[in-house]
Design a binder for this molecule. Structure first.
Ligand SMILES: N[C@@H](CCC(=O)N[C@@H](CS)C(=O)NCC(=O)O)C(=O)O
Length: 214
């Protein structure tokens, strides 16, 4: 069975899973279902969220669990994604946790404030969200000034999971907001690096990526 990803390229979590699959030199079909339908809730994700993933062996939800499964199942193909040493593996896991708990809340708050009202975002929501995001990104800047990738010398799932968020941030922000990134040179260089990867370019060029195409 071709890998199936139930999701959308409006969802950075779906794009993260798709990127992991491409980094492993695998192909996938992107499918969308009504996530609140009994069929989806019963068979794919009882929490009614995207993405979910299906291959011959498993149906799985939660993007990080899916990415870890894909990285392990296709360990000998494509890019190694789990870290090349025990230290990198540990740091990869640490930064995946940072993504969940420290990065996503202010990034999603910022993104939603813009997407809900692109012409005139509500500054009472946007400003504090951007401030929180900036504080978190100071920590990324410090990390990336000492390390090529989040886990160390190797590109890992920790980088994969962030890529779509920064890509979407770049697509929806004005020049002033983009300074949140460009004023942090190591963060900026890392983003340029991870969005230049062939797997990401292949993904961003898919016809389903209409909303954020540059
Ligand atoms: N922790 C989940 C988050 C998934 C998630 O929040 N997906 C959003 C789209 S980006 C969703 O399905 N929202 C639909 C809803 O909440 O109704 C993961 O990593 O897969």
């Amino acid at each position: 069975m071709t890998i199936k990803i139930y999701g959308s390229f409006r969802s950075p979590f779906s794009m993260a899973v798709a990127l992991a699959v491409y980094e492993k030199d695998q192909e996938f079909d992107l499918l969308m279902m009504d996530v609140k339908s009994p069929e989806y809730l019963n068979n794919f994700n009882p929490f009614g969220k995207i993405p979910s993933y299906q291959d011959d062996d498993i149906t799985l939800f939660e993007s990080k669990a899916i990415m870890r499964y894909v990285a392990t199942k296709f360990a000998d193909q494509g890019t190694p994604l789990l870290g090349s040493t025990i230290v990198e593996q540990a740091l990869c896991n640490q930064w995946l946790e940072v993504h969940s708990h420290s990065f996503i809340p202010p990034m999603v708050e910022t993104g939603l404030a813009i997407i809900r009202n692109p012409q005139q975002p509500d500054n009472s929501v946007l400003k504090p969200a951007l401030e929180k995001l900036s504080n978190v990104l100071d920590i990324y800047e410090a990390r990336l000034s000492a390390s090529k990738y989040l886990a160390g010398d190797s590109y890992t799932l920790a980088d994969v999971t962030h890529t779509a968020f920064f890509y979407i941030f770049n697509a929806i922000t004005d020049d002033e907001m983009k300074k949140t990134i460009t004023s942090r040179p190591h963060l900026h260089a890392w983003i340029q690096d991870i969005i230049s990867r062939p797997a990401w370019k292949k993904l961003a060029e898919r016809p389903e990526n209409t909303r954020y195409k540059h």
